[in-house]
Design a protein around this ligand. Structure first.
Ligand SMILES: NC(=O)C1=CN([C@@H]2O[C@H](COP(=O)(O)OP(=O)(O)OC[C@H]3O[C@@H](n4cnc5c(N)ncnc54)[C@H](O)[C@@H]3O)[C@@H](O)[C@H]2O)C=CC1
Ligand SMILES: CCCCCC(=O)/C=C/C=C\C/C=C\C/C=C\CCCC(=O)O
Length: 262
């Protein structure tokens, strides 16, 4: 079991992609802290995981990732106290809300930045810790900008830029923490249904048929494949600053960048 004794924290872990990642980690014998704002979904998730894997290997912590104090004290510190260490952080919680677009920036970008910095406090050699790995969840929307979700698209661009910069900082600073980013295309989760809702899409809801045509054109992935990609980012020690894309046509693959030249 590759991850026996390792401890992971997954934000937005109660359903969808995060839940699939939690299950994959537990199948590899890691202990997992599921951090999610949704109490009912988190309670149900914990009961199901306890029934499948036995009690003691996972915890549910109700926490809104946009509450910086709660993220630090209730999520990260409690996880480290409960399981004695932290090795893997998956900053996955995300929303699609063009109406309350400032909240979208808060959840999808600001909280990913905070989650990365907190992960470093618990894992980086800078802080006297043993090292570890961080995955930040972006989207293919960062490559194929979505006219139906301009602010969502902006946050996902931001997650890639921040993650790549931090991955280089980790090398320069000898943090001992690998930091990578994952960009799935459309995935079959409750989030995808938010395209129907004016409360989520705001004025862009009138483009929902166009959005659905794009989904039909590119297809919809299963969360288990995204979890497979995450497990590769976690276990492949050569990966740092990698931008993993997952699409129906190409499966799991990596974005390549031109080398920088003067
Ligand atoms: N479903 C899709 O087609 C794609 C999703 N993504 C990204 O994957 C990530 C996960 O998305 P899905 O699983 O599809 O969504 P989902 O809506 O199924 O699950 C998201 C989870 O995050 C939690 N969450 C939302 N706001 C939160 C907050 N403020 N604090 C704590 N937890 C919060 C929700 O309660 C939920 O359990 C997101 O970052 C999303 O942008 C990326 C590409 C495609
Ligand atoms: C309703 C909210 C759902 C949000 C999910 C998400 O992240 C949205 C992505 C939006 C746009 C991405 C557009 C197209 C990308 C899909 C596939 C590209 C695959 C290209 C290929 O090589 O096949």
């Amino acid at each position: 079991m590759a991850l026996m004794g390792r401890v992971a924290l997954v934000t937005g872990g109660a359903q969808g992609i995060g839940r699939a990642a939690v299950e994959a980690l537990m199948r590899s014998a890691a202990k997992v802290s599921v951090v999610d704002v949704n109490q009912d979904c988190g309670d149900a998730c914990k009961s199901e995981l306890d029934a499948e894997f036995g009690g003691g290997s996972c915890a549910f912590i109700q926490c809104d990732v946009t509450d910086g104090d709660a993220l630090r004290a209730d999520a990260f510190q409690k996880t480290a106290d409960m399981f004695g260490r932290l090795d893997i952080v998956i900053n996955n919680a995300g929303i699609n809300n063009e109406k309350n677009w400032e909240k979208t920036i808060g959840v999808n970008l600001t909280s990913v930045i905070k989650g990365t910095y907190l992960g470093l406090e618990h894992m980086s050699r800078e802080y006297g810790k043993q090292g570890g790995t961080i995955i930040n969840v972006s989207s293919m929307a960062a490559f194929m900008h979505s006219p139906h979700q301009p602010v969502y698209t902006a946050t996902k661009h931001g997650v890639i830029g921040f993650t790549r910069a931090m991955a280089d900082a980790s090398v320069l600073g000898n943090y001992g923490v690998r930091i990578n980013v994952l960009c799935p295309a459309f995935v079959d989760t409750p989030l995808l249904h938010s395209v129907e809702e004016e409360d989520n899409m705001g004025k862009f809801v009138k483009f929902k048929e166009d959005f659905k045509r794009t989904m039909d054109k590119f297809g919809v992935l299963q969360p288990s494949l995204i979890a497979d990609g995450m497990m590769r980012l976690i276990t492949d020690a050569a990966l740092n600053g990698a931008v993993m894309k997952i699409t129906c046509s190409k499966g799991i693959h990596f974005h390549t960048y031109e080398p920088m030249s003067a």
